[in-house]
Each structure stands twice: as C-alpha cells, then as structure tokens.
Design a protein around this ligand. Sequence first.
Ligand code: ATP
Ligand code: MG
Length: 655
Amino acid sequence: MAKDNNKKFDGLFEDSKILKPSAAFAKQANIGDRKIYEKAFKDPERFWAEQAKNLVWFKPWKKVLEWKEPFAEWFVGGKLNVSFNCLDRFIGTPTQNKAAIIWEGEPGDSQTLTYRQLYTEVCKCANVLKKLGVKKGDRVILYMPMIPELPIAMLACARIGAVHSVVFGGFSSEALRDRINDAEAKVVMTASGGFRRGSIIQLKKNVDAALEEAPSVKSVVVVNRAMDPTHVPLQAGRDFWWHRLMSEVNAKCEAEVMDSEDMLFTLYTSGTTGKPKGIVHTSAGYLLGVNLTTRWIFDLKESDIYWCSADIGWVTGHSYIVYGPLSNGATIVMYEGSPDFPEKDRFWRIIEKVGVTIFYTAPTAIRTFMKWGEQFPNQCDLTSLRLLGTVGEPINPEAWMWYYKNIGREKCPVVDTWWQTETGMILISPLPAITSLKPGSATHPFPGIKAKIVDESGKEVASGSSGYLVLTTPWPSMLRGIYGDMKRYKNQYWSKFPGFYFTGDGAKKDKDGYFWLLGRIDDVMNVSGHRISTMEVESALVDHPLVAESAVVGKNHEIKGQAISAFVTLKESVKKGNGHVELIEELKAHVTKKIGSLARPDDIFFTAELPKTRSGKIMRRLLRDIAEGRALGDTTTLADATVVAKLKDQYEEGE
Ligand code: ATP
Ligand code: MG
C-alpha cells in the first residue's frame, strides 16, 4: 500500500471531470467562504468552540479539550441536553408548527409530526421509561422498524440521560441477544412487526427468543405494527403495549441536565471486517459535530425537506436522520420499506410526493438503481431536489455520474461523504458552495479535521501514492471508546501509528490535494508486487456500459502473489449468461484500457447478486474464500446468506 509504485494506476481517477459549484447555489449557501478552512486549521480548538455557541447550553464549558491520548474530553464542565437541542429550542417559535418528520410506511400509510407533536411524544415516552425504572446511565435497546416511534424513543432516552443502543431491525435474535448482553440493557423497545418488501418481519418474536438468554432485561415495550395484535403474545409483568403506556403518562418531562461527556449512545459497527464493536458516543461533542456538518455539507436550512434513506439502525441514521437534521429544525423524511416495493420507482415517487430537496443515500443503492435502469427515475418529477449525498463505500466515478445525471439532472451538487461509526460525523467531504467536485472523490477534510495518508512507517506519502488514512488530531464527535473494552479501543485505533487515529481505510491524494478513498486496507491487492485497490478495478468494470456492479478480490497465485478475480453483475436490460466468452474478453480489455494490463482480471464470473452486509456493503472476504476454494468464513452479518452459498456452488460448478 505504502510504496510509490502504483502511479500508473492513477489514470482512471485523474482524467475525471471537475465540476465547479454554480453561482446560484453558492449565493444561497450556508457556508461560502473558503477562509474557514485556514481559520480552522490554524486553531481547531478555537474553531470548535466558536461553532459550539450554536448549541443551547445549560451551563458553559470551562475547557474546550482535555486530551490524554487516546482519551478525549470535549467542552469540559459544560452542561446541556441533546433532546432539548432537537426539540425544546424550537417550542414557542414558528418552527414548532412545521413538520419535523414526514413518515411513509411501506404499504402506503403515512404520518406527519410537527416539532410540537414530536416534543409531546418524546416527553411522554421519556415518562414511560421513567415509570419502567430507567435511570440516567441505564441502557435501552431499540429494535424497531423505520417508524416514528424509533426517533421518539431515541430522543426520549437522551432526554432522561439513558443510553440508547439501536439494533438494526434486520438482525436475527442471536445478534440481538449478543448486543443486549454486551450492553446489559434494562429495557427493550420494539414493535410487533415491520414491513419489508411486502412481507412482515416479526420483531417481537425475535425479542422473545433473544430474551431467553438475556437476563438483564426487565421490561419490553411493543409498538403495535404490521400484525394482528391478538397474535402477539405478551408476557405478563414484562411486556407492555407502547400505546397503553403512552396513554397513562403525562406530557411534561423536563430535560435532564447532562454533562458534555455523559454517554449518549452506543452503536455496533456494521461488521464488514469482523466482530462488531460497540462504539461509544457522548453528548456535546457528538451533537456539535453532527449539527455543524449537516448545516455545512448538506447546506441544510429549516425550509428543507431532507431525506436520508439509511436505516436508523446504522450510524448514518443516528447522525443524519435524527440528531443532525432535527437539531437544525429541518423536516426529515422517513421511509419504512424497500426501494422496489411495490415498484422500482418507490424512492422517486416519495421524492415527487413530498418534494424532497436534499437526498442522501449509499453507493450500493445507486448501483442497484443503475442496474434497474433510468426509466424509473425518468417517470417522476425530481425537480424539487437541490443537493445529493452518498456514504458507506467508495463510490465508483461511473455511479457518481449516473446519480448526478439521472437523479440530480445535472443541477445538484453531489457530496461524497467519508466517515465511520467511530468518527460520529462526516470527516471528509466537499462543502458544496466552495469545493469543485471530482466524481468519485470525497475531496477534502472538513474544517478543523486533520487527515493524512501515511506509509507503513507513519510517514506522509507523496501525492499520487496510496497509503493508510489517519487522523492526526482529536475531533469533538470522535468515539470515546468501545463499550466495555478499552483495551480493544487502544489496540484497534491507536497502536498502529503512535499519535494518530488509524481508520483502517486506504486512500490516496491526487496532485490537486483531493482525497480518494480506496476501501479497507484488507481490500487492497498485491499483484506482481504492485498494490492495486479492488475499488479501482471495480470502477473500471462499472465504467463498461453493460456492467451494473462488481466486486474484485485478489486470490493467491504462485507467480504473481495475487491474481485478480472479478465478480460482475450485469444491468437488467442485458441478457447474457455465464460463460459468455466474448463479453468476458471485452471486460478484461476494458480494464486494461482504463487502468493498464497489470489490473487485467484473470477471471470474471457473472452473478445476479453480490454478498453484502446488512448495511449494504460488499463483503469481499467471503468472495476471497470462494475464489480460493476455502470454506466460507463468518457470515452472521450478511444480509442474505443464501446469496453467498449459491454463488459458491455456481463458482465451483463453473470451474
Ligand atoms: P466494521 O468496522 O464492523 O467492519 P464498517 O466499517 O463497515 O464495519 P461503518 O462504520 O458503518 O462500519 O462504516 C465505515 C466504513 O465505511 C469506512 O471505514 C469506509 O471503509 C466506508 N466508507 C464510508 N463512507 C465512505 C465513503 N464516502 N467513501 C469510501 N468509503 C466509505
Ligand atoms: Mg469499520
């Protein structure tokens, strides 16, 4: 990774277009002065302190940062409440009567909650938690579909100082059990069921199974959703209907005075690389980070109708559905179900129906939309959109352009935002009124963030070379640890390069100083001594007009060290089966043309689907297992384990 030997692979990225911000966008933007970078760089603590004044504090802080590597405390001595910052600050202002949440259920039911209504629901839910004996510092597991009760429960926890831990509703009962036990949670809030692609996921049933081996849980609160309630057994003394409890409490609940460093939530990472980690975030620094990045990166205003299509079960939903947008008084859209239900135009129909102005999604979704074809967005009115965002994986330049053209109609800036569960907020991204965009590049670190690309010895690499992405100074929304495992926190993030936070991602900076994310360090191949990122080869494949998505892995090779194996999904309009020799040759030639002969895949295998985590990321380590003929490794965080099992069979037959 570190060596300066892959310069010849820059071709794909360097010839990419540059798109300048439009004057019209710049004129209305929240942040348009590029001097902010320099100012923040010179004195990050002062910068963060100035920005923190936009939050509502009960008591000001005494010291901005206390840094005893690797432990940070931000805004020492300050007191505030995150729920207060998302709700109470708007009560009594005109904002109270505007929509906070526009919710759309999968079967077509919908609901709108104004800020005042949301405030009332949150207060009631906070009183329910209190009634169940939940105290400041207690952990509450939220295992719910994408329904308004989920952000209500999060804000209710924040209101009374309980620590929420959201478990994505797609997880099994075992995964849920492990997370409950790791957190030693007292209460679980769930729903009887949730809709997904027309069928019902029985969440309460999973909770019952999990609780057989989770003794810390004393009460379960169940939202009545998607099922006949008489078919949902409640255990007396333990399980309660949400609506019953909510009707028995009053609607006033003062927000608890919280210390800046009091824990706000724990959240498990998506488990792309291995065992998920319970990441700990605290109150003030986290809120500051998400509040500011939402305003500057998404250019969010109170007048916006903002839709982030992630599930709240992932950090993107925490930071950029709930805490960032609501603390800015914007209207958020929440959708319960799948993008292809009932038709493959559901997302575009929602944008048209509610007039979404800002849309934030993931490369995996964009590649799926590409696979389905542009006829679906084309039949909808998307003119309300003014900005687009992406997060979760490196975005292939071709997918970026597709998004820009077919969804943004070439008038919306696209912000590619790099960050992690651990970083709490976006750390590398364009500022849309300032940054000229290069499709596929996350561009520059956010003001106040110092990032470097270093070699194995920790030395910064020359421009054009790739290396390890590190962060060289603490930032307010950084993780404060791994829940219950501070040793792992130190080892994982702070031991590879002394003094730097190690992200685990590879990156490179081009001659203009733009950052290009190359994926995880493990996803970099070594072919005949050349370091090639799987991402670059995948992007070259996706650049071919017939290809929708691809995953590339390096497999052991006697002579080359590693040889390149590519798994390719074709667009739906293409009717080509496996073993289509001409197309395989054409794709290999395409990669050679785009990058060079060293990146030419040794073999290409067509597949209808790629194995992905439940958050939609490609799991290359399992494809490596297949390509090298091994038994499959851990598959517990896969979205659909049958995809990889089928693929393994097909691959072995095809050989
Ligand atoms: P685990 O750490 O358990 O393996 P994970 O890293 O997939 O899971 P997340 O914290 O949800 O869990 O994802 C963060 C990672 O996603 C980043 O480290 C990076 O690899 C990838 N990522 C996120 N956004 C981008 C982006 N815009 N460009 C490139 N990669 C991105
Ligand atoms: Mg990670």
